[in-house]
Design a protein around this ligand. Structure first.
Ligand code: FAD
Ligand code: 2HG
Ligand code: ZN
Length: 479
């Protein structure tokens, strides 16, 4: 009871929804009160585990009336602290994990309707089982949810060919802050009937409503794949190789990932069983893949020809094409495990930036020069989706043996971030390419977003969530 005998918000929640829906077990609350990178450790009022859109709707209507902040949570794999409740103990974490049904799949319409709590890998598997392809693919696909992917507008490794999460959506079902359900779950490819509201919720990181289901686009399954691992002398050659590959293979180019030697070493050091595909060392590598829906298309020959011409043009120094699915998986294992290897190597700072593709080499050079001059306590692990102009310009704590290096690096996070993001801004880039804003980059958004954009975002927030209950303090500062 609250002072004066009134029931507390938690007591009222339990009285209304019961303990099957409202969990208060301290261990479970601790697990959902911290984000994946452990940047923020909050204190949840409780954990809500709704089983249906109707229950999400009732929960939000109730929380809105009581002004209880709601923090939606999918797989909790995102990088900017968007999933952690604040430290007040007054915010409810709402997990979508029980909304995990595949409601419909229509091969002839190339579409499927899935609930928000479906794990991304399960969505891919269901599409494959129906002879179709859902292209969103990222290292966390075994645990992230499609609702989380849409709420962060995730990118991943197939963006070159298929676009970001946003580009894969035909419609959404969303519960608004006041509990009303907005459904645009149709499966239409053409529908020009006024403002396209679904796009407001995609990338909104749970600040405008809770996505409960989505209608997704499917594609023909790739039946021929060629995967190459190439050594390139520098990032400029990688960018040249991308243009060259697109000239030779056109839209078949599906993935194009830049990997530095230091990342290959990290994965080999921390993940036993990984193998470097090329014997001789190189400062940089590119993992590229071309795919086609046509079975038995001679893609290996096509890629070999393209890479041969690139070798002659000086764009690469060595290359190997995967000779089996196992070998292809080995190439990808190296790439997908860079974040995990970085994590095992110690504390790191992450910068998820994008630039016009032609300016990537200049950015890498200028940023690296600045760091070499100014930041002795870190080494650079710069890799990523060069095909999309997106670099993960990350720093790991140097292995100097000094015990205070980690603290010193963390202590300089703000200064380093400022220098790198100012440079990105100077070069017409973005300080958040695919990971979003969460709580971690609110200040960056305030600094770099044009004032009019920020003003319009605040107006949209007020229109959809006048009481400010939806993921307060994420993306925009809580008012
Ligand atoms: P969560 O972390 O649970 O939530 C993300 C945000 O969305 C939070 O603000 C949350 O409040 C909100 N939210 C979650 N579900 C809903 C919902 N149903 N309705 C409304 N709001 C909701 N990201 C990329 O873009 N590309 C990559 O290549 C990539 N690779 C990764 C590799 C690894 C190893 C890891 C650990 C992460 C990677 N990520 C990548 C980041 C992360 O996986 C993505 O951001 C992913 O989309 C998050 O999904 P999630 O279900 O874990 O969302
Ligand atoms: C990836 O591309 C992810 O592997 C994670 O987006 C990037 O850890 C990172 O910085
Ligand atoms: Zn990425």
């Amino acid at each position: 009871m609250m002072p004066g005998g009134a029931a507390s918000p938690l007591q009222q929640l339990i009285a209304r929804f019961g303990t099957a829906l409202i969990v208060t077990d301290p261990q479970q609350l601790a697990a959902v009160s911290v984000d994946h990178r452990q940047l923020y450790r909050g204190k949840a009022l409780a954990l809500a585990l709704p089983r249906s859109t109707a229950e999400v709707s009732q929960l939000l209507a109730f929380c809105n009336a009581l002004r209880i902040g709601v923090v939606p949570q999918g797989g909790n794999t995102s990088y900017c602290g968007g999933t952690a409740p604040d430290e007040s103990g007054r915010q409810l974490v709402l997990s979508l994990r029980r909304l995990n049904a595949i409601r419909d799949l229509q091969p002839l319409n190339n579409s499927m309707v899935v609930e928000a709590g479906c794990i991304l890998a399960d969505v891919q598997t269901a599409a494959t089982a129906a002879g179709r392809f859902f292209p969103l693919s990222l290292g966390a696909e075994g645990s992230c949810h499609i609702g989380g992917n849409l709420s962060t507008n995730a990118g991943g490794v197939n963006v070159v060919r298929y676009g970001m999460a946003r580009d894969l959506v035909l419609g959404l079902e969303v519960v608004l802050a006041d509990g009303r359900v907005l459904s645009t779950l149709g499966a239409l490819r053409k529908d020009n009937t006024g403002y396209d509201l679904r796009h407001l919720f995609i990338g909104a990181e749970g600040t405008l409503g809770v996505i409960t289901a989505a209608s997704l686009k499917l594609f023909p399954a790739p039946r021929s794949i060629a995967c190459g691992f190439t050594a390139v002398p520098d990032p400029a050659a990688a960018v040249g190789l991308l243009a060259h590959l697109r000239e030779h293979c056109g839209d078949l180019v599906t993935s194009f990932e830049l990997i530095p030697a230091v990342a290959v070493e990290l994965v080999q050091r921390h993940l036993p069983g990984s193998r470097a595909p090329l014997a001789a060392g190189s400062p940089w590598y590119v993992l590229c893949e071309i795919t086609s829906a046509v079975a038995a298309e001679a893609l290996d020959e096509r890629l070999e020809e393209a890479l041969g011409a690139a070798l002659e043009a000086g764009l690469l120094t060595d290359a190997v094409i995967a000779q089996s699915e196992r070998e292809r998986q080995e190439f990808w294992f190296l790439r997908e495990n860079i974040p995990e290897a970085q994590r095992r190597d110690g504390p790191s700072l992450k910068h998820d930036v994008s630039l016009p593709i032609n300016r990537l080499p200049e950015f890498i050079e200028r940023a690296s020069d600045w760091l070499a001059r100014e930041v002795a306590e870190a080494y650079i692990v710069c890799y990523g989706h060069v095909g999309d102009g997106n670099l993960h310009f990350n720093l790991n704590q140097s292995r100097s043996g000094a015990t205070d290096t980690a603290d010193r690096l963390a202590g300089r996070e703000h200064e380093i971030r400022r220098a790198l993001h100012d440079l990105v801004k100077d070069m017409d880039g973005s300080f958040s390419a695919e990971h979003g804003i969460g709580r971690h980059k609110v200040e960056e958004l305030e600094r770099y977003a044009p004032p009019l954009e920020l003003e319009l975002m605040q107006a949209i927030k007020r229109a959809f969530d006048p009481n400010g209950i939806m993921n307060p303090g994420k993306v925009l500062r809580a008012t």
